[in-house]
Design a protein around this ligand. Structure first.
Ligand code: GUN
Length: 282
């Protein structure tokens, strides 16, 4: 068996570290606070939001919930975000995506103050990441770097291949791996001979949103494989973008689904909230 990279355990370690910082901030009179906004009642979003609020409670972060009806207008949502931007007691603002079709998500993301952008989706946060300035980093890719580092997996000098080029995972992931001195290739749906490229990877990060897409013939012997996917299969069981059973005997380390990347996303959201609260210390 390869090394199973235990995201549940590592995320708990991070949250336990954050608990201490939150306590210290409290002693200085700063009550770390995250505003969580959900528009409509998409069932998957409701589960994510519940888990995020649960993590806040665990770490000692106050969470303010805004559960808005599906019919909420873009103007109303912009107004709420602007009010939260102005509220000094709120350190982070999270607008759960996807938003209903009549609301432009980009407009909302750009409305969030970059100082409270704990998702790291604002163009200013993305720009800061690209030029190496401090700023909030998208939680899933930041969590993957923590998984690698805390599992003792070196990134420097490694061939890193990212499958998927989304703004939330693929692109920031590639920048973070580059920042750690990896040699980075981004692949996507138009990549010619994907297997040849993924087959070169020492570290392969898969975020393509296709269940069990990556099989043994896509990976090099001894590779480290990080699976960002989350799907339900025919038997209603969770699975990732990687065919775990097919590749497990070929790779040196792999994240399971569930219990790999998923818990790390939330841990890094908590990390960003604490950083936001620290930033607002007077
Ligand atoms: N929807 C799916 N993933 C995310 C995320 O990381 N943040 C937000 N705000 N919405 C999401």
């Amino acid at each position: 068996m390869p090394l199973l990279i235990d995201g549940k355990k590592i995320s708990t370690e991070i949250k336990d570290e954050l608990k201490i910082t939150v306590e210290e901030l409290k002693k200085q009179g700063v009550e770390t606070c995250l505003a969580v906004i959900q528009v409509g009642d998409d069932p998957a979003s409701s589960i994510y939001v519940r888990n995020k609020k649960g993590a806040c409670a665990y770490v000692g972060i106050e969470s303010l919930s805004y559960e808005l009806p599906e019919e909420t207008t873009e103007e109303e949502l912009v107004k709420l975000v602007k009010e939260l931007n102005e509220n000094d007691n709120v350190h982070g603002i999270l607008v759960q995506l996807p938003l209903p079709k009549h609301i432009n998500a980009d407009t909302i993301i750009r409305t969030i103050s970059p100082d409270k952008d704990v998702d790291g989706f604002h163009p200013e946060s993305v720009g800061r990441l690209c030029i190496g300035e401090p700023g909030f980093v998208s939680c899933t890719p930041a969590g993957i770097i923590q998984l690698l580092k805390r599992s003792g997996i070196e990134i420097e000098g490694k061939e890193c291949v990212v499958v998927g080029r989304s703004n939330i995972v693929g692109k920031p992931m590639s920048i973070l791996l580059l920042r750690e001195n990896g040699t980075v290739t981004i692949t996507h749906s138009r990549t010619k001979d994907l297997k040849e490229v993924t087959g070169r990877a020492d570290i392969l990060v898969v975020a393509i949103g296709k269940p069990k897409f990556i099989t043994a013939d896509y990976v090099k012997e001894g590779a480290v494989v990080i699976d960002v996917g989350m799907h339900r299969n025919e038997e209603n069981k969770l699975c990732g973008d990687v065919d775990f059973d097919d590749i497990k005997d070929k790779v040196s380390a792999i994240t399971p689904v569930p219990g790999g990347v998923g818990p790390m996303t939330i841990a890094m959201l908590m990390y960003n909230c604490v950083e936001a609260a620290k930033g607002q210390e007077v």
